[in-house]
Design a protein around this ligand. Structure first.
Ligand SMILES: NC(=O)C1=CN([C@@H]2O[C@H](COP(=O)(O)OP(=O)(O)OC[C@H]3O[C@@H](n4cnc5c(N)ncnc54)[C@H](OP(=O)(O)O)[C@@H]3O)[C@@H](O)[C@H]2O)[C@@H](O)CC1
Ligand SMILES: Nc1ncnc2c1ncn2[C@@H]1O[C@H](COP(=O)(O)OP(=O)(O)O)[C@@H](O)[C@H]1O
Ligand SMILES: [K+]
Length: 509
């Protein structure tokens, strides 16, 4: 079984986790905090110098914590490359953290020693800053992971000023005012074009307001020993490791994967078709559509490549409780995975059928759409011990499963982690971002814009693809990741050809 192991550069941390990793790197491993700051600032500089107009003028908005120190390191390098630097200390220069104070001294010293480099202007409070100052870019070194409440005092003014100007903004670690864990704006937050995330990716960059505030996120490696980063439990989903091992090639049709799709009541057959076609397009050995007998003629016409197993009588147009045994016998014929849910409907008898199936079938199952609805109607539920389950709820379905409303994406992340661990299931929680929770309490987050997929039918296509990859012996988490990224690639290609294109589920089959 291939699993999903993210390299350390894709680790996502909370503010507390990054502070712990910092502290242990300094105290236990023995790299000084001043060195960490130098590496952070230098890596941001290496990237920035390629983006900025040579010898242009930068405004460096600095707080008094270590976030400002990172900005001052960048300023020192740019100064030596002929850039003009204006450093604005929002809450003065008297109370700087130790490493930031040292870097402030170094910045002044390098200018004193070299008159031919760029100019250096120090502004010691926001009140002294001329609001009409002309500059080419802003470096945000006001607040980082140390933000602990709604933004106070002059930081607020500096944020508002910057958001009104049209200058490109480059944020150190996290845009000022964005909460490092929740991704919520704490009263006010600077809008960055690009954010350099140091040592680990900060969780807040991917949740709630995060993607809108952070702009592009660039990871900058710090000399943290990898084992200290293992306290993290969230990861960014990325091609680099998800696609690393190729699929093994099949020897026989049934080794190439078998997926049973238990789906489609009268009036909802489209969902079943999308899921079945989407799975078939992945080249698996067989897709077997298990359907109420009455709907067979529709599928015979529309799905010639797909094997159909009609259930019940010719006048059955939806699944009923009395079909349970026949369905279990059918899906047990060949080794394979089962996708249950698309277009099942919510007839009382269908609910009873799904619930019986979930309680008795020992095989691996992917529950989507109405399958999840039926599951959520149960007061108590647990998967059979031997089986693996993947649940693919959209926010409404997740809320039904939890029996409460979901406050925001941070709540969604925490809930997915808890529910997937407690119930020992994999949960692909749809939304922006998609959050994939595993029974080991790990969570994988998408970094691309998933909002383009919010049209009826995209869930069916996604479920079909997950089922297809899963039927080929990929792990549940990897199958989910492969299916998500497949959609991402197709979307990128369609938009490359026509950026205004309105995409449809069938384009993704
Ligand atoms: N070795 C390391 O640790 C490394 C750290 N690195 C960098 O350090 C950053 C973390 O630095 P940090 O911990 O010093 O916190 P930071 O974000 O600069 O702010 C603290 C200041 O903010 C203030 N403040 C807080 N809330 C506020 C509010 N709502 N409104 C207004 N003010 C508020 C608070 O003031 P106080 O409440 O104490 O008066 C305090 O003075 C991290 O993001 C990364 O960039 C990298 O260099 C890599 C190595
Ligand atoms: N390739 C993909 N990458 C990321 N998210 C996806 C992808 N495909 C589908 N989605 C998610 O699935 C959602 C659609 O599923 P859902 O709401 O269940 O729709 P339906 O059941 O009508 O098909 C999208 O809003 C998006 O969050
Ligand atoms: K910042």
């Amino acid at each position: 079984m291939s699993s999903l192991i993210a390299p350390h550069s894709f680790y996502i941390s909370t503010s507390q986790e990054s502070q712990d990793i910092d502290a242990r790197t300094i105290q236990e491993f023995g790299i000084e905090s001043f060195t960490l700051m130098e590496v952070a600032g230098y890596s941001a500089f290496r990237d920035l110098i390629q983006r900025l107009q040579p010898k242009s003028h930068g405004l460096f908005f600095c707080g008094k914590g270590n976030n400002a120190g990172d900005a001052l390191v960048v300023a020192r390098y740019l100064l030596q490359h002929g850039f003009d630097i204006t450093a604005v200390f929002i809450s003065g220069t008297d109370d700087l953290s130790e490493d930031t104070r040292k870097n402030f001294q170094l910045l002044k010293r390098i200018k004193e020693a070299n008159s031919s480099i760029g100019s250096l202007t120090i502004i010691s409070s926001w009140n002294e800053f001329d609001l009409h100052t002309e500059a080419d870019f802003v470096i945000d070194g006001m607040l980082g992971t140390g933000l602990d409440s709604e933004v106070r005092g002059d930081y607020n003014k500096a944020i508002t000023w910057s958001n009104k100007e049209e200058l490109p903004v480059y944020a150190m670690d996290i845009p000022t005012g964005l909460h490092g864990d929740t991704g919520k704006v704490m009263g006010n937050a600077i809008s960055a074009d690009l954010t350099y995330s140091f040592g680990t990716l900060k969780q807040g960059l991917y949740l709630n307001d995060g993607p809108g505030k952070a702009g592009e996120v660039i990871y900058c490696e710090l000399p943290f020993p990898n084992h200290l980063k293992d306290i993290c439990s969230a990861y960014l989903l990325d091609d680099q490791y998800v696609l690393a091992e190729p699929d093994r090639s099949p020897r026989h049709k049934y080794e190439a994967g078998v997926l049973y799709v238990v789906a489609g009541s009268e009036g909802l057959t489209g969902a079943a078709m999308l899921a079945a076609q989407s799975a078939w397009a992945e080249g698996i050995g067989a897709v077997i559509l298990v359907c109420p007998h009455g709907n067979l003629p529709i599928y015979e016409k529309a799905l010639p490549q797909i094997i159909k197993k009609p259930i019940g009588e010719r006048d059955d147009y939806f699944f009923k409780e009395e079909h349970t045994e026949e369905v279990i016998a059918t899906i047990s014929e060949k080794k394979g995975k089962v996708l249950i849910g698309p277009g099942l409907g919510r007839n009382d008898s269908t609910i009873g059928f799904v619930q019986q199936l979930l309680e008795t079938n020992e095989g691996d199952m992917l529950l989507d759409a109405d399958g999840l609805w039926c599951l959520a109607q149960l007061k108590e539920w647990n998967k059979p011990k031997a089986s693996t389950w993947i649940l693919t709820p959209h926010p409404g379905e997740l809320s039904n499963l939890l029996g409460r409303s979901i406050e925001d994406d941070h709540d969604r992340l925490e809930s997915v982690k808890t529910l997937s661990t407690e119930k020992n299931v994999n949960i692909l929680s749809k939304g922006y971002p998609v959050i994939l929770g595993t029974p080991e309490a790990k969570a994988y987050l998408t970094s691309y814009d998933t909002r383009k997929f919010s049209r009826a039918g995209f869930g069916d296509v996604l479920a079909g693809k997950i089922g297809a990859f899963w039927s080929r012996d990929n792990s549940a988490a990897k199958s989910s990741a492969l299916a998500l990224l497949k959609g991402k690639h197709i979307l990128e290609n369609l938009l490359k050809a026509d950026s205004s294109r309105i995409v449809e589920p069938k384009d993704f089959i």
